[in-house]
Design a protein around this ligand. Sequence first.
Ligand code: DGL
Length: 271
Amino acid sequence: MDTRPIGVFDTGLGGLTAVRALRRILPEEDLVYFGDTARVPYGSRSRETILRYAQQDLRFLRSFDLKAVLIACGTVSTTSLDVLQAENDLPIVGVVEPTCRRALAVTQNRRVGMIATLASVRSGAYEAALRRLDPGMEVLCQPCPLFVPLVENGRFRPGDVVIETVAREYLAPLLDWGMDALILGCTHYPLLEEVISAVCGPGVTLVSAGEESAFELKRLLTARELRAPADSHGRAEFYVSDRSEDFEGAASLFLQEDIHHMARRIDIDQY
Ligand code: DGL
C-alpha cells in the first residue's frame, strides 16, 4: 500500500486526456499534473530540446514525493523515455509500449497505422516497438502537425469543416494502404476520436495512447504493491508554466469537469 501521488506530465493540456483515463481506471490515486503550457508545442522541436525540457518537467514533478510517473506526452515518450528512466530511480511509464501491445491485440490483417507529431514519427519509436513485439507487423506512420493547434483552438468537433478536411487528407494514405488499426499517438487525438472514426469507418479500430498507459500503470502499481487503499478518493493538483486562467478554461473542457481556480503557475526555468 502506498498513498504517495502519481506524477503526470505533458507539454500542455493534452495530457489531461490521460488524467481522465487515470481517474476512471485508478480512481483512488492522488495525481500531480504538470502541463508545460509556456513551451508547448514540443512536437515540432529537436530531440535535444525535447529532452532538456522533459528533464526540467520531471525535476519539477519530483519536488513532490511521488511513487511513479506517467509521461502522457507522445512526443516525450518517443524521444526521451529511455534517458528519463535511466536518470530517475522511480517507475516511469510512457505511452508507446502499452499502445503498441493493444494495437497488436486488435489488428487482424497486421497492418497498423500510427498518427502523431513530427518528432514522434521521426523518432521511429512506434515502428521499433511494434516490430519488437511482432517482427511480421507492418506499420505506416503519418505526422499530423495541424491536429494539435486545431484541437487547442477548439476545432475538434464533428461537423467542423476545417478539422474534417485536414483529417481526410492525413488519413487518406493510411486508408489506401489498408490499415485495420490506428494508433492515436498523441495526447490531443482522443478529442478527435469522433472525427477520425467517421473518416476511417467501422473497419478501423482506434487505439488511444492515454488509456492504454493508464492500464499499464495500474498493472505496474499492483505488481509492486504500490496501490493506494481501495476506499480512498483520489485528488488531483494541477501546475502549469503559463497563465493558469487560460489553462483552467480549456482543461475543464478536456477533463469534462470544472477545475476553475485549481491550477497554479510555476517557473519551470527554476528546475
Ligand atoms: N503532447 C504532445 C504529444 O502527445 C502534443 C503537443 C506538443 O506537440 O507538444 O505528442
